[in-house]
Design a protein around this ligand. Structure first.
Ligand code: NAI
Length: 716
């Protein structure tokens, strides 16, 4: 017997009675994913009422109507309307109450999870009596709130530790890490894992079994002897909390309050019981919701989402050309990296280099990336083999004739870039897109020798390609919109966040990063120590300091970039004496085992190499950290604003995303443009003018900043 009550228009929940089990389907109309918002409360009330009134109902199944997502979390759009901590706390209490009632419902509720089960979605599942997930790769469970500067606000900080143990729960809550199906089963986060085809059927069966008592709800498992020892007594738990706090502080340098708040909420649950813990969770959720950090992280979330929908050209955008075959020139560091992510999207790749030994090295590098994924169980042995079989090597241009896209990643040398472009053009199709991965050379200069400059653009990947989230697509006035949208669409397919910028030396990312690195070099000239510069900027929030970064990128590479930019921008970007001297010794940084720092054979960084100071010359003296930060950061910010003013950037949004995702600008500060807004353009101009009085003309404020300061305008 089945009685269906299709909800009316606008409803998210619909119910169907399958014999004695009520199947509740959550399917937010008109949206790709399900999210939770306060207007769902009433709908859930309706369901609860019905269950309580209809004694024939023995169990409930909660399942999603979306093809590959359970619940993606709270509705962030609605969340943005919240302006006070008290209001956020109230919303959290409402969510908690709802789930408390679901947990205590007259009959058991079974969560049937397929696809993303995130944030409030997982908190809902945790309040169910039983959880089943599918064994599909799209199924993943996480509490990612800290990534938005928040903490779980619907009981997650209380129910998760009780379900999977304190240490496993803290790992999830403090990092936002996603857990795949198999792991979720192993750790007791779900009770069962099934094939998607039978999810609903099994869930109904389990709800019935739990309802009529033929099946028992699983108890949270004890998680090994060590964790038992640690977690089941206050002293042991004290140790766990202390370690967790220390690890958070080490990772965040105290810049992110949310993980610490989450820790507090979890801890309150142990010292004051669940009720007290829930109250503390709501209170802290409210507090976090109005932090500046949370506003910046939520902004980045929205900005990267809006980029996903941006075709890369202003309307009307032509349809992108699908990229099925890719030719990569240069099997080096970047070429192999690009190939390694392309094969994982099923792209057939032809890798070209000057000799077979180099191609062999490229293959080994690709295999290395895939092996890491295999070892982490992110891909199967079969996938590993399949992906690797998609790459073919060549020392001539065979196979290039059928490529949809060529990516050139040969040495950073304009003569070589011209030579390979001239060689390739006659063997590729008229419609093939030609992209250079240059990090500095203007695309227009590369395209000077092209027969079809409308097919030429830049696709600037960052290293290591498989980890770095950004792709900067560079277009010239000649680039055809169809080539742009195709490169953008393919970049997104490769999993990248893509910004499109107009051509110019260093485009956006290299140019702004260079302004910042160059200032670090000037500070060395003036006597600052290497450690003091690196420490000051790490304390500001960069993942590594500029001098360490230079060692990573390669001092030789930095030297070449510096020359191109100095030629283009004159005294503002003229290399420091320190840099010029170190470059001239041939030290290359980590890859050569010798840089500003010492490296052991495995490439692990050691202490500063003191012999550098003899090379640089001059006395070391203390320059205050505040001055170091101000000079390096403002050099970057001012250059970023110039990029917007000159039309290199299409928007401030792109500039913020590019800086955070590409060159390590601290995410909790939102990006250079958000930084200007938080400090105030007039304050930034004042600071720049003060610095410019000392270091003319490096800090001359960008015209746009001056105008904004005058009009008291902000970028957002
Ligand atoms: P690499 O030195 O690791 O690789 C360059 C490869 O090009 C070598 O294997 C070389 O044999 C090959 N090559 C030289 N002439 C060739 C030809 N005629 N045909 C085919 N292959 C040829 O250099 P890497 O680091 O991969 O850089 C490549 C490009 O990517 C450069 O333009 C660089 O500026 C850019 N880039 C580098 C980044 C990095 O962090 N290494 C980041 C972003 C861009």
């Amino acid at each position: 017997m089945s009685d269906e009550t299709r909800a009316g228009t606008g409803q998210t929940l619909s119910t169907e009675l399958v014999d004695d089990v009520l199947v509740v389907t959550i399917d937010k109309p008109g949206e790709a994913v399900n999210t939770l918002s306060t207007n769902l409360l009433g709908e859930f009330e309706g369901v609860f009422l019905r269950v309580n009134e209809d004694v024939l109902i023995k169990g409930v199944v909660l399942i999603s109507g979306k093809p590959d997502g359970f619940i993606a979390g709270a509705d962030i759009e609605q969340f943005l309307e919240i302006t006070t901590a008290a209001e956020a706390e109230r919303v959290s209490r409402l969510g908690q109450d709802l789930l408390n009632r679901m947990e205590k419902l007259r009959v058991p509720v079974v969560a049937a999870i397929h696809g993303a089960c995130l944030g409030g979605g997982l908190e809902t599942a945790l309040a169910c009596r039983y959880r089943i997930c599918t064994d599909h790769p799209k199924t993943s469970l996480a509490l990612p709130e800290v990534q938005l500067g928040l903490i779980p606000g619907m009981g997650g900080t209380q129910r998760l530790p009780r379900r999977v143990g304190l240490q496993a729960a803290l790992d999830m809550i403090l990092t936002g890490r996603a857990i795949r199906a198999k792991k979720a089963l192993q750790m007791g986060l779900v009770d069962e894992m099934v094939h998607p085809a039978i999810l609903r059927e099994i869930a109904i069966d389990r709800a019935r079994g739990l309802g009529d008592g033929t099946r028992k709800a699983s108890r949270p498992s004890n998680h090994g002897a060590t964790s038992l020892l640690l977690e089941h007594n206050p002293i042991g738990r004290g140790v766990v909390f202390k370690k967790a706090r220390a690890s958070v502080m080490e990772k965040t340098h105290g810049h992110y309050p949310a993980p610490l708040a989450a820790l507090e909420a979890v801890q309150a649950g142990y010292s004051r019981g669940v009720e007290g813990g829930l109250r503390e969770e709501s209170r802290l959720f409210g507090e976090m919701a109005v932090t500046d950090v949370s506003h910046q992280l939520v902004f980045l979330f929205f900005a990267s989402n809006s980029l996903k929908k941006d075709p890369g050209v202003d309307a009307p955008a032509p349809p992108p050309r699908p990229i099925k075959k890719l030719a990569v020139m240069g099997a080096g560091f970047m070429g192999a990296g690009i190939a390694s992510i392309a094969v994982q999207q099923g792209t057939l790749v032809r890798l070209k280099d000057t000799d077979t030994a180099r191609i062999g090295k490229g293959f080994a590098a690709i295999a290395g990336v895939l092996k890491e994924r295999f070892t982490r169980r992110q891909i199967t042995r079969q996938q590993f083999d399949d992906y690797l079989s998609l790459v073919g090597g060549t020392t001539d241009y065979s196979g290039f004739g059928s490529a949809d896209l060529v990516i050139e990643a040969v040495f950073e040398d304009i003569a070589l870039k011209h030579k390979v472009l001239e060689e390739v053009e006659p063997v590729i199709n008229d419609s093939t897109i030609y992209a250079s991965n240059t990090s500095t050379i203007p695309i227009g200069r590369i395209a000077e020798v092209a027969q079809r400059p409308d097919r030429v653009l830049g696709m600037h990947f960052f290293s290591p390609v498989h980890r770095m989230p950004l792709l900067e697509v560079i277009v010239t006035p000649m680039t055809a919109p169809e080539a742009t949208v195709s490169a953008v669409a393919y970049g997104k397919k490769l999993g990248k966040t893509v910004i499109v910028v107009n051509d110019g030396p260093g485009f956006y990312t290299t140019r702004t990063l260079s302004a910042y690195m160059n200032e670090a070099g000037r500070l060395l000239d003036e006597g600052a120590s290497i450690e003091s510069i690196d420490t000051a900027l790490v304390d500001f929030g960069f993942p590594v300091g500029p001098i360490t970064l230079l060692d990573e990128v390669g001092i030789d590479v930095g030297g070449k970039v510096g020359l191109v930019l100095a030629e283009a921008f004159g005294p503002r970007m003229a290399p420091s004496d320190a840099m010029r001297r170190v470059v001239s010794t041939g030290r290359t940084g980590r890859k050569g085992g010798k840089g500003f720092y010492r490296y052991d054979e495995s490439g692990t960084k050691g202490q500063v190499d003191d012999s550098i100071y003899e090379l640089i010359g001059g006395q070391r003296r203390e320059i205050p950290a505040q001055e170091i930060v101000q000079r390096c950061v403002l050099a970057m910010v001012n250059e970023a604003v110039r990029c917007l003013e000159e039309g290199i950037l299409r928007s401030a949004r792109d500039g913020d995303i590019g800086a955070v995702f590409g060159i390590g600008f601290p995410p909790f500060r939102g990006g250079p443009f958000r930084y200007v807004d938080s400090v105030g353009a007039h304050r930034i101009v004042e600071q720049l003018e003060e610095l410019n009085a000392r270091f003319q003309p490096r800090f001359e404020p960008a015209q746009l900043l001056i105008e904004m300061a005058r009009a008291r305008r902000s970028f957002y």
